[in-house]
Ligand binder design. Sequence first.
Ligand code: BGC
Length: 280
Amino acid sequence: MDDNQNLRLPDPALPVLLKGQKALVTGANSGIGKAVAIALGRSGADVIVNYVAGDDAAQDVVNTIIAGGSKAMAIKADVSDETQVQNMFKEMIQNFGTIDILVNNAGLQRDAPFAQMTLAQWNTVIGINLTGQFLCAREAVREFTRRGINRAVSVSAGKIICMSSVHEVIPWATHANYAASKGGIMLMMKSLAQEVAPIGIRVNSICPGAIRTPINSAAWSTPDAYASLLSHIPYKRIGEPEDIGRVAVLLASDLTDYMTGASVFVDGGMTLYPEFSTGG
Ligand code: BGC
């Protein structure tokens, strides 16, 4: 991390906006999911920390949330498996009573040049990043619809936040499976938002770009890679998972109640065509 990055990291106190709400964050034992789970907890929500591997890391996130005064519990489930997703929702509802906020975050990359990409690499990425979001969103919509609005908690019947990427609009050579999954999330999210708006359910996406997480460490962990990544970011710092956590709190809260079907880019300006900042 350079001095400029250090100097410019925000650390505002999170307002309590989510008291009484029950949240599920998938892929919440590392990276963006972990930061989102902790931020929702700090903002007053009780949080289910979903994960698929790494019991200790999931328990650490749970402990952090509990230490901050909210309830938390880890549930292991593979989001691409229909039965495991349905069992996770049953377990959540047994323990927390309901769900108010779903953050569809679990995702991964299996990069390869197109001609060398295996069907397994394609299917793994589509299965977790896209089908996983479908399976979790479907269970959440079922519970939101059954329960309806509880004004003491929120004026909406439920909120879904899909973790997309700048790559829902930026093509990405050698990452066709990943870009296809994120492009798919965009229109799944918007189609779902249109369908469930009349029953008071809000659905939005966060589109992070260049956030420092374990899955993209190759892009920032050497000085050369860091400099090259920074050249894509007009704001001249790399994003931190907490940058996404704060936006998730806002989108989950009634502060953004009139927002639905939006792709919210949180990318330091990565999608502003930085190569056009001079000339063009
Ligand atoms: C990817 C990262 C990448 C970033 C910007 C994200 O969606 O997961 O690996 O650095 O987009 O290209």
